[in-house]
Design a protein around this ligand. Structure first.
Ligand code: WT7
Length: 637
């Protein structure tokens, strides 16, 4: 593999030390592994106060040349992707690096033929079909900024994101399959585009015979247009700091923000972390089950693996279709060596008594990975014993949309492991714990706010169209630190365990939502005066959404109200954000200044109805009316 793959824990420690003593030199060495049209004047220029972050200043290159030209001809006939369809009765298809390269260039030329150019934003709202990574890479080839929107989001959510990015072009499909269901994505797109004046053209990948509405001069068949394109498209020369993509993610305020990653640092970081965390070796088959609509798919289905010349499985389906053993069947079918999934999937499968009933062999597995939320001990043990047969290390990879790549994790079988602990920071990552006052906690066996005190190449550069928001969200809580929003514990050996979010972000099945975002959706429902949303523990989803809702009169028909509210959330965000519980209340616990005391709501939502008496609500004297607490408890669902 690449020159930068670490081979022992001792080597990890040495590399880590080097990366702290001289970060610039450390990352410069790694960057030497890539092809650049011209190299940097300076490895790093930064401050966290604006923030301003420049890695590989003034270097010129293109990330797709590092995937294709750099890996070819050696990898020309090796598999880039084994595409596995949603329904196993459909034909699987494998793509070599050469085949993928041709498709990417044709698609890049298609974009050009519609006038898309460097710096333009391109939206993608698609199933997990091969055209998705192809279109993403086609954007990168010509320097257009891709913005993938997870196809589970609603038409409104899609429109918000396309408008914020001022996208000029959209890729979609005529249909989307998810298990036994089919979704009419094109109608959703039509709905969204009623309110997106900047989108001039829509390429529709026809994945089935299903007919669809073709808006003249706007929509066209991807396949038909692709067939006309030349197979050669020279790569646009990009600056290392030019944006590569925007990916929207939720935070504590209502509006999702467009996290912007830049070309150079992101390339170096995703390749380095992929190679090291998964300990990918030549000939291995790697499978990440995430959707490309999330950062995990960007970094560890597309960029990281392809930069390293890896062979991956690209899976269109879901773990439970056509049966609960589908994941294991796919692992055996392709002899997967590295398998990367989410705790919520592990827990869901663990809860099916038949998931292992077909006795899958699973012998090919070498490394198991998890990502997206803290993994509980029970799920960790089940994964380790039943899937890894107690022979495979589990890399519990902690990172975020904003970090671009994995930050804290074991490295394959090299690192010591401890269930529920993500482990040690990767080389280059100066992770620290801060106390309430913002002081670094130097002792071990302590908990604190997880922050990072030095830049790493994969970090976000801005939030699209609103740099101040980036500064405020990540760099203002603690001066000179990047604030992650997570709480963490460091054990006596310096290993990190992620506890969870300390801000108003809820993580449902590994999907991130801001409480304000969900409240805004709920408040659109008729008769709703106000609402407050909190997360509470859920055995499979990790967290689930609990909404406290105040209506304008007590005479409302509650069942009808409930369905209005659910419709609003589905319309504004999507089914994935629907509250599991809605409690109608007369009042919310508010302080005199009008602030809702979420701490109280969280406590109520988190504990069993029978144990509320044991709850210590702390000081409730600042509430306008402390008696609301008892009423809330009495109405607990
Ligand atoms: C948040 C980021 C990174 C890709 C998927 C999610 C939580 C992520 C872990 C982990 C405990 C984790 C954190 C983080 N998280 N990985 N291994 N252990 N928590 O990306 O949507 O940006 O969410 O997910 O709370 O802040 P995201």
């Amino acid at each position: 593999m690449s020159d930068f793959q670490i081979n022992s824990f001792k080597e990890y420690q040495e590399e880590y030390n080097k990366s702290i003593v001289n970060p610039e030199q450390f990352w410069e060495n790694i960057a030497e592994d890539f092809i650049w049209k011209s190299k940097w004047d300076k490895v790093l220029e930064w401050n966290f106060s604006e923030p301003k972050i420049k890695w590989f200043k003034n270097a010129k290159f293109n990330i797709t040349e590092n995937i294709f030209e750099r890996n070819l001809p050696e990898k020309a006939n090796e598999i880039a992707y084994h595409w596995e369809p949603n329904n196993p009765v459909d034909k699987q298809k494998s793509y070599t690096y050469n085949e993928l390269f041709i498709e990417v260039q044709k698609c890049a030329n298609l974009l050009k033929s519609y006038g898309v150019k460097k710096g333009d934003r391109v939206g993608l709202y698609m199933p997990m079909i091969i055209e998705l990574p192809i279109a993403v890479l086609a954007c990168a080839r010509i320097g257009a900024i891709h913005s993938v929107v997870f196809a589970g989001f609603s038409a409104n959510a899609l429109a918000d994101r396309l408008n914020d990015a001022e996208a000029v072009f959209l890729f979609t499909s005529n249909e989307l399959f998810r298990g036994a269901k089919s979704m009419d994505v094109k109608s959703l797109v039509d709905e969204a585009l009623k309110n997106c004046p900047t989108v001039k053209n829509v390429a529709v990948v026809e994945i089935s015979e299903k007919t669809y509405n073709k808006v003249p001069n706007r929509d066209f068949s991807y396949q038909k247009e692709l067939a006309k394109q030349s197979v050669i498209c020279p790569a646009e020369i990009m600056d290392a700091e030019d944006p590569l993509f925007i990916l929207y993610t939720s935070g504590s305020t209502g509006k999702p923000k467009g996290v912007v990653h830049s070309c150079g640092g992101y390339m170096v970081y995703t390749a380095y972390t992929f190679s090291n965390v998964f300990q990918y070796k030549k000939g291995d088959i790697y499978w990440c089950t995430a959707d490309i609509g999330w950062i995990t798919g960007h970094s560890y289905i597309i960029y990281g693996p392809l930069l390293c010349g890896a062979s991956s499985v690209l899976f269109e389906g879901i773990p439970t279709f056509p049966h609960n053993g589908r994941f294991w069947e796919v692992i055996d079918k392709y002899k997967v060596n590295q398998f990367y999934t989410a705790p919520t999937a592990i827990r869901a499968l663990m809860a099916c008594d038949d998931t292992l009933s077909k006795n899958p062999s699973l012998k090919s597995l070498k490394v198991l990975g998890t990502v997206g939320e803290p993994i509980n001990e029970e799920a960790w043990q089940w994964y380790f014993k039943n899937i890894g047969k107690a022979n495979c290390p589990i890399v519990d990879t902690w990172w975020q949309t904003e970090t671009g790549g994995i930050m804290i994790s074991g490295l394959g079988n090299l690192s010591p492991q401890k269930p529920t602990f993500a482990g040690y920071p990767l080389p280059g990552i100066q992770a620290v714990l801060l106390d309430q006052e913002g002081n670094e906690i130097n002792e071990n066996d302590q908990e604190g706010y997880l922050c990072v005190k030095f830049p790493w190449p994969g970090m976000l550069r801005t939030t699209y169209g609103d740099h101040e928001r980036c500064r405020h969200t990540y760099f203002s809580n603690y001066k000179n630190y990047y604030f992650t929003g997570d709480g963490a514990k460091r054990d006596e050996n310096g290993m990190f365990r992620i506890i969870g979010r300390v801000d108003d972000v809820i993580n449902v099945s590994g999907h991130r939502f801001g409480t304000a975002e969900i409240e805004n959706a709920i408040n659109k429902a008729e008769n709703v005066i106000e609402s407050a949303v909190v997360g509470y523990p859920h055995p499979i989803k990790g967290q689930s959404i609990y909404a406290f809702v105040k209506l304008d009169s007590s005479e409302n028909e509650l069942e009808i109200e409930r369905s209005y509210i659910l419709d609003c959330v589905v319309n504004e965000i999507g089914k994935i954000a629907v509250p599991e519980k809605i409690q109608f209340v007369d009042d919310l616990p508010k302080t005199r200044s009008g602030k809702i005391m979420r701490r109280i709501l969280r406590k109520i939502a988190e504990s069993d109805s029978d144990n509320q008496q044991e709850n210590n609500f702390g000081d409730t004297s600042t509430l306008i009316d402390p008696s609301v607490v008892d009423k809330l408890i009495a109405g607990k669902l």
